[in-house]
Each structure stands twice: as C-alpha cells, then as structure tokens.
Design a protein around this ligand. Sequence first.
Ligand code: FES
Length: 155
Amino acid sequence: MSKIDEILSQYREGSHESLIPILQDVQEAEGYLSENTIVRIGAFLRMSTTKIYGLATFYDRFRFFPCGKIHMKICNGTTCFINGSSTVADAVRGELGIEPGQTTRDGRFSYELASCMGGCNEGPVIWAGDTYYTHIRPEEIPGMLAKLKVLAELK
Ligand code: FES
C-alpha cells in the first residue's frame, strides 16, 4: 500500500470536508503535493483537481514542488515589504539563480515568498533551516547562504 493510499484509508471516500486534513497528512508524509497526488485525492473525494488547487492555494502552508534540503520563506508581508523585503528577495534570487517556488539543481535550496510571519517589528524576516533571521539586509544574504550551505551538507 502506498503512503497516499494509507492516508486515504483513514478517511471516508467522497467526504469533501476531509480535503484539508488529507492535504496536511500528505504534505507531512511527502513534503509537498504533487500533481499525481492531487489527481488521486480528487478521485477519492470526487472533487475536481481545479477545485482542490483553488482551495489548497488559499492556504500558505501547502507546497506544490519538492523543497530543497534548506527551504526558505521570505516574508513579503506589508511591513517587511516596506522595510525592504523585495531587495532581500532579489539578493536571494541573484545568489541562488532560481525563482520563488523553484529548487536549485543540487537540491540544496528552495524558497518561497510568504505572507506575514508574525515578526513585523523585526522585519525583513526570513525563515530558513528551522531558524528565524530578522532585520535581514540584502548584503547579508551571501554570508547567510554560505552558512546554510554547510547546514545543507549535514542533512
Ligand atoms: S510583515 Fe513580515 S513578519 Fe509581518
């Protein structure tokens, strides 16, 4: 039995209210929600994949791509934006050579732009490698990524 089948066996077929718990369980098990998984869940719940994507993308917590060993969230909320989060995101993009939602070829890094992470008075804020980095400035990004690269090697 696949992981997905195992998860689905805990829910009632066709039960639309199970969608979010199922998506949470699958993401916890697989790390992200693949296209195949969404189709499989759609068949199980008798829901269109468009509707599932629509609901899932409403929540920040769901990812639709496999993450790198170090997954970063760059806050793009209003306060962080006012404090320069876009220049921080540009620095990350420049250093890693990938766009939000992509993973580096070596599988070390991925990142996404996130809504407010609750640390507005310390922004711009980045969450990476289980740590919150606060008051981040673009010129700090190369050093920060170098340290995180070492962490990625240990994973
Ligand atoms: S806007 Fe970035 S933590 Fe609130």
